[in-house]
Write a protein that binds this ligand. Structure first.
Ligand SMILES: Cc1cc2nc3c(=O)[nH]c(=O)nc-3n(C[C@H](O)[C@H](O)[C@H](O)COP(=O)(O)OP(=O)(O)OC[C@H]3O[C@@H](n4cnc5c(N)ncnc54)[C@H](O)[C@@H]3O)c2cc1C
Length: 387
């Protein structure tokens, strides 16, 4: 293979067509971010904001879209306040394509790309290839598990899971923040060493449950036309383990399942912040109305589920945030549990020269822009190798 031509490349895709593929961020919503602080862990991508911008432009061009919003401006006084109280404010430029425009993107990109072989679960191929690129995203974790249990030396790192709660409060408490920042993202180092961060802020949004095959977690989202009077965001605490323990996702699953067991099955636990701090079961709510359907939660006590260390990190985070956003730690505000973010195993791309892992399944990316950039960088490396 002297040069890479379309006919030299075969793509194997597990879903029946592009529209049923599990590319979640591309199928729904499609927020694209340009940031040197989020989206993945590869410095060559984080530090190359020009490459990130080129990718955003590419998505806009292929989907014939002028993105909904441009940049987010951070008020310098607000920035100073976050800094004063130990919060790191994550800044980024964002571009929102919209679900309808994503369909156009998928159609255009697949009509002009290489041939795809749609494969069925368990189907075997005996073709030989000079190079194999595995880019199965997070939904392909089963394939990554199979490969890594056979070749454990390919796994560089597998030690992290983020656990926490979905926090919900009335819009008016965070109105200023929501107007100023499209996506409110801060990080905070708690006094017990745990890193706490906010994730996925949904002004006028809704809390939802997310059903996996054997457990139920919480999440949040927002609609374009349907608005609630609450804002929700995740408060996540990073749990990092050391060897010999190597199953952080299993640990996360156990915590989530414990919440489900206490909630009586496929439900999550809801508690007010006041009761959460006191370690007391919530028996009734006051003046903040949950946006999650009442069939999907049980009023309970998250202290029976989360570690004391995790609870301490969350309460310290919220109480400190009160200094910057007065009213945020009001005892009537709601906590839903458990929210979890699983990380992919970090795979070694330098061990076997003709086997590479790209995108989210490599453990190094967590966003559309970074996953795309990872593919481009590996392609450029291949081109260099061939010349
Ligand atoms: C609900 C949700 C919303 C999101 N929203 C955003 C957002 O707004 N902005 C953002 O930047 N990111 C978002 N993300 C993250 C984003 O979707 C991913 O980071 C990105 O799609 C990763 O790209 P990828 O190419 O690595 O994997 P994917 O996009 O997941 O693509 C992997 C492909 O491999 C296929 N596949 C899986 N297993 C196999 C197998 N065994 N054999 C063959 N094919 C297989 C899948 O069907 C899929 O087509 C979101 C994620 C979720 C879950």
């Amino acid at each position: 293979m002297k040069n890479v031509k379309d006919e030299d490349v075969t793509v194997f895709e597990a879903n029946k067509d592009v529209y049923s593929s599990s590319i979640s961020g591309i199928r729904a919503d499609g927020k694209l971010f340009i940031s040197s602080e989020m989206g993945g862990d590869l410095d060559e991508i984080l530090l190359d904001t020009d490459l990130q911008k080129e990718i955003v432009d590419f998505y806009c061009r292929v989907s014939n879209t002028i993105p909904e919003t441009g940049t987010q401006e951070v008020n310098v006084n607000m920035k100073r306040e976050f800094h004063k109280y130990g919060f790191k404010l994550i800044e980024s430029k964002f571009y929102h394509l919209g679900t309808d425009k994503l369909k156009v993107f998928l159609k255009n990109i697949y009509n002009n790309s290489v041939k795809i072989k749609y494969i069925k679960d368990g189907q075997q191929y005996n073709e030989k290839f000079e190079k194999v690129y595995i880019a199965v995203g997070r939904s392909g974790s089963r394939l990554i598990d199979t490969i890594s249990s056979k070749y454990p030396e390919l796994v560089l790192q597998n030690n992290t899971v983020d656990l926490g709660v979905r926090f919900e409060l009335p819009n008016f408490v965070v109105q200023e923040l929501n107007t100023m920042l499209y996506e409110f993202k801060v990080k905070y180092q708690a006094s017990n060493g745990f890193l706490v961060r906010t994730f996925c802020n949904n002004p006028s949004g809704y809390v939802v449950t997310e059903k996996y095959s054997n457990f139920v977690t919480v999440n949040g989202h927002s609609f374009h036309n349907k608005k609630s009077s609450n804002t929700n965001f995740a408060i996540l605490v990073t749990h990092r383990f050391t060897k010999p323990f190597n199953d952080p996702n299993g640990y996360g699953e156990y915590i989530v399942k414990l919440a489900n067991i206490l909630a009586g099955g496929e439900k999550v636990i809801l508690q007010t912040y006041g009761d959460f701090k006191k370690g007391k079961r919530t028996k009734k709510l006051w003046n903040v109305y949950p946006t999650l359907d009442s069939n999907e939660y049980i009023l309970g006590d998250l202290n029976l589920v989360l570690l004391h260390k995790t609870v301490k990190a969350i309460t310290e985070f919220l109480d400190q945030l009160e200094n910057v956003i007065p009213g945020i730690s009001n005892p009537t505000h709601l906590l839903y549990g458990i929210e979890v973010k699983f990380y992919g195993k970090k795979m070694d791309n330098n061990l076997v020269s003709n086997l590479k892992f790209i995108g989210d399944c490599s453990g190094y990316t967590r966003s559309i822009v970074h996953a795309t950039a990872h593919g481009i960088l590996e392609y450029l490396k291949l081109k260099k190798e061939l010349n």
